[in-house]
Design a protein around this ligand. Structure first.
Ligand SMILES: N[C@@H](CCC(=O)N[C@@H](CS)C(=O)NCC(=O)O)C(=O)O
Length: 292
């Protein structure tokens, strides 16, 4: 079934499409936003793609409206895909009880515990179903070069970007993250998610934890093409939800190359922080996608 267009918005010379489709992976309708840069609108030069994974509480709209990725993406000829953060509208008990678990908090993994395992399959959705629907869509596929894709994300989405990049080697040409939950088996957000979504709890969560994945030696791909930004004024960083130092430590311990972690004095967790550096994350992806 083709993607349904809910809105078309002209922005930075390109078009932002608000799209929806039924998902057989989550069993629900799923929304996403797609930004097509001006260079690809005629469909003669399909654009490489940067997938942006949002954080807790977000829909595809938060970053589209205030992440400021479109500015630099428009100039460089990069398409942007903003997926949703979980299935919505189910009637699973507990799905709307807290803002950091359930709806809008899918953690980019395939749940193995009841009652989540049937629908909460965001890893399969992001890495498999969504690209297959988008890149073969009769209307939208022609804008996009599905062979050149990078991934980025914020907070829970930074965790998603890093872990999907590590687990699905070769699928994404580079990765970047803003304030990622870098070591979720060791922080309250991650522990709560893994206890809820995974039959094996926090121990099973190691399979979905960037630091633990790197520690396990999963990465065989040479230089990690990774950029990570963190604000030192971020309350979630200060309260131990993000743990980027653990990422730096495992990179060093394993002798891995190609991970740049930057700390920015005074910036917080919000989109004011993200918007300040989103141009550089677009450039990071563009470089690895052959646009720079
Ligand atoms: N609701 C939480 C904050 C959650 C939060 O900061 N979410 C981030 C991602 S982890 C976000 O992007 N929120 C939406 C926004 O700022 O537009 C609180 O009250 O502390």
């Amino acid at each position: 079934m083709p993607l349904e267009t809910k809105a078309t918005i002209t922005t930075f010379g390109g078009k932002l499409f608000k799209l929806s489709h039924p998902s057989s992976v989550t069993g629900t309708p799923m929304n996403l936003n797609l930004f097509v840069p001006p260079s690809a609108l005629s469909k003669t030069a399909p654009a490489p793609v940067l997938i942006y994974l949002s954080g807790l509480t977000c829909s595809p709209d938060n970053c589209s409206e205030k992440g400021f990725f479109q500015h630099r993406a428009s100039q460089l000829g990069l398409a942007l895909v903003y997926p949703d953060t979980s299935p919505r509208g189910l009637s699973i008990p507990g799905q709307n009880d807290s803002w950091d678990f359930g709806e809008a908090a899918g953690f980019y993994l395939d749940a193995t515990a009841e009652p989540w395992r049937e629908n909460y399959k965001m890893e399969s959705y992001i890495t498999s179903e969504l690209p297959s629907i988008l890149f073969s869509d009769p209307e939208f596929g022609g804008y996009l070069d599905g062979t050149r894709v990078s991934i980025t994300g914020h907070s829970m989405g930074g965790h998603g970007a890093l872990t999907l990049y590590l687990k699905h080697q070769g699928k994404y040409q580079s990765v970047s993250a803003f304030a990622p939950i870098a070591n979720p088996t060791r922080c309250p957000w991650g522990e709560k998610a893994f206890r809820g979504y995974l039959a094996g709890g926090v121990e099973e969560g190691k399979k979905h934890d960037a630091v633990e994945l790197l520690r396990s030696g999963i990465w065989k791909g040479g230089d990690l093409k990774a950029l990570v930004d963190v604000g030192t004024g971020d309350n979630f960083y200060k309260s131990g939800q993000l743990l980027p130092e653990n990422l730096e430590a495992v990179v060093k311990e394993k002798g891995l190359e190609g991970v740049k972690v930057r700390y920015h004095e005074g910036y917080d967790h919000s989109y004011y922080f993200m918007a300040s550096f989103s141009g550089e994350h677009v450039e990071h992806a563009a470089r690895h996608l052959g646009l720079l």
